[in-house]
Write a protein that binds this ligand. Structure first.
Ligand code: HEM
Length: 518
């Protein structure tokens, strides 16, 4: 209990420190601005016509100087790569206007149809390559994986992730390699994932009970599932579960929509935590690598490193799983045939037992196909996470400059009619007898990425998704509210940290299985 209090207190202290730092930064900016403004305004005593003229000329010259500098940089990169096809660009901003859209993955697919699967875009000063075919994805994430295994440095990740010391944003190098080692041998092993079994079953049982209490009326499944997943993840990470549902959900949503301003310090003081029993949690595991004076391990983590990693677990683990469950339920409700098959299976496997049991989850063959198909049509990270080229190289004769940013459009690839029949159709049966898996060996299907940077939490994510769906389908029959027809369900996407359904999914749970939930 003491340790838990310490953890919370630490987060609170950290929040205060961060806020103070932010305030200092803001003050610095004010000082900077006022430093430049003072001499200008002190001229007010001079002839006002001269001042008006200066007011016009100075900003104009400043603009010209900045524009020329940026243009020179652009021309340099241009001349070295004039062969790589790409859409028209504007001076200074380059192709940024092309990406002013709520669904950049769709826009990039349209452009790739014109300019090809290896396309150049100039995003401000950043030389960017857009990859839209399995062949080129393989070149980037397998053949030349070591060259493209870094992440671009961003100010946001410096601010949000303690100087990019989290796994997601860490540049390729010794520190990142050590973090991945901790992931493989400690954090996300099958044994560790299994050790959270009881947490998952308890939280999903709570979800089912809550839904049962609303039987016959619409339930906001999006919110309910998101909360359950965050409860599971926070208990796995901290050995505690969160209370204060509305507060927590709105925090999570805010974090998803506006990634900036979301810090671990802001996150934890606002949620109310409750102690509960679990085995070694993820923070306990990471604390074993804590940077203490007698630390004689391969890697020593500071408290800030640990917080950055835990932020990954929430950021990368929660929203992705919840989004997938949400898309799966939306697709299932749109296709009564799929709903029936999945329900028959789950009730056959667990009917005798009277409850869903994670130990037998692998018997849900059809449900696994449903999840696979959901991740094909709706990968939560459709553009994966950007990579950065660590050294100048050649791709199929094209010159790729060092520090180029690489975006792989996994969404477009997974809907490419050259590789998928009836590519836009939700059809889980397509994976029957298919050897395609999640391991990043089949580059037409890479919802978890591939190569060195492949998602290390896929096991944890998949079990959350499969088990939640099993609970929802085993316990309830479902229908759409307000007499809505299945084909009328709006499947519009919004692009945030993940690509989610624009609207929350409201469904009516009708009859429920007569057990447990009473
Ligand atoms: C359905 C669930 C999930 C999906 C679809 C997903 C997808 C992805 C994708 C596409 C990437 C980028 C891979 C690349 O750049 O090639 C990624 C990276 C990552 N994911 Fe996941 N993920 C899921 C669940 C999780 C979970 C549960 C965790 C941990 C609790 C997690 C932790 C991470 C981390 C730490 C990285 C960064 C890896 C690195 O840069 O080395 N993910 N994930």
């Amino acid at each position: 209990m003491n340790e838990i209090c310490q953890k919370i207190k630490f987060a609170a202290v950290e929040a205060t420190r961060k806020q103070r730092q932010q305030a200092i930064n803001i003050t610095k900016i004010h000082i900077l601005i006022s430093t430049f403004r003072t001499p200008y305004w002190s001229l007010v005593t001079m002839d006002s016509k001269v001042l008006d003229l200066l007011a016009l000329i100075i900003p104009f010259f400043l603009f010209v100087i900045v524009a020329l500098k940026i243009w020179r940089n652009l021309s340099k990169t241009e001349s070295s790569t004039n062969v790589l096809p790409g859409p028209w660009k504007l001076p200074i901003v380059g192709n940024i206007p092309h990406l002013i859209t709520s669904t950049p993955h769709k826009k990039l697919r349209e452009l790739a149809k014109i300019y090809g699967p290896l396309m150049h875009m100039q995003l401000g000063e950043i030389f960017t390559i857009i990859v839209s075919s399995p062949e080129y994805a393989k070149e980037i994430m397998k053949t030349h994986d070591v060259i493209f295994a870094s992440r671009p440095h961003t100010l946001a990740s410096d601010i949000l992730s303690y100087e990019s010391t989290n796994i997601i944003s860490a540049p390729y190098g010794n520190y990142w390699r050590q973090l991945r080692k901790i992931c493989t041998v400690e954090l996300f092993t099958q044994k560790r994932v299994n050790s959270f079994n009881q947490i998952r079953e308890e939280e999903l049982t709570n979800l089912v009970k809550m839904i049962d209490s609303h039987k016959g009326s619409p339930v906001n499944l999006t919110e309910a599932v998101l909360l359950s997943i965050y409860n599971i993840i926070s208990r796995a990470a901290f050995g505690m579960k969160c209370k204060g549902k509305e507060e927590f959900i709105s925090l999570v949503k805010e974090a998803v929509i506006v990634a900036t301003g979301f810090t671990i310090g802001d996150f934890f003081p606002s949620a109310k935590w409750l102690q509960s029993v679990t085995e070694e949690d993820l923070v306990d595991v990471l604390l074993k690598f804590q940077d203490v004076s007698d630390c004689n391990q391969d890697i020593c983590l500071t408290i800030n490193n640990i917080k950055a990693i835990i932020l990954d677990v929430f950021g990368a683990g929660g929203e992705t799983s919840a989004t997938t469950i949400n898309w799966a339920m939306a697709e299932i409700i749109r296709d009564p045939g799929v709903m029936k098959k999945a329900q028959v299976e789950v009730r056959e496997v667990f009917g005798m037992k009277g409850r869903v049991d994670e130990n037998y989850i692998n018997e849900l063959k059809y449900l696994k196909l449903v999840v696979k198909e959901t991740l094909r049509l709706h990968p939560p990270a459709p553009l994966l996470l950007p990579r950065e080229c660590r050294q100048t190289c050649e791709l199929h004769g094209y010159h790729i400059p060092v520090k180029s940013k690489v975006i792989v459009n996994a969404w477009a690839i997974a809907r490419d009619p050259n590789y998928w029949t009836e590519a836009e159709r939700f059809y889980p049966e397509r994976f029957i007898d298919s050897s395609i898996d999640y391991k990043g060996n089949n580059f037409e299907y890479i919802p978890f990425g591939a190569g060195r940077r492949i998602c290390p939490g896929s096991n944890l994510g998949l079990i959350n998704v499969e088990l939640a769906l099993a609970f929802l389908l085993f316990h309830f029959d479902w229908k759409l509210p307000n007499g809505m027809k299945s084909e009328d369900l709006d499947m519009t996407e919004v692009f945030g940290v993940t690509v989610r359904r624009k609207d929350d999914l409201y469904l009516i749970p009708t009859t429920s299985h007569p057990f447990l939930v009473r």
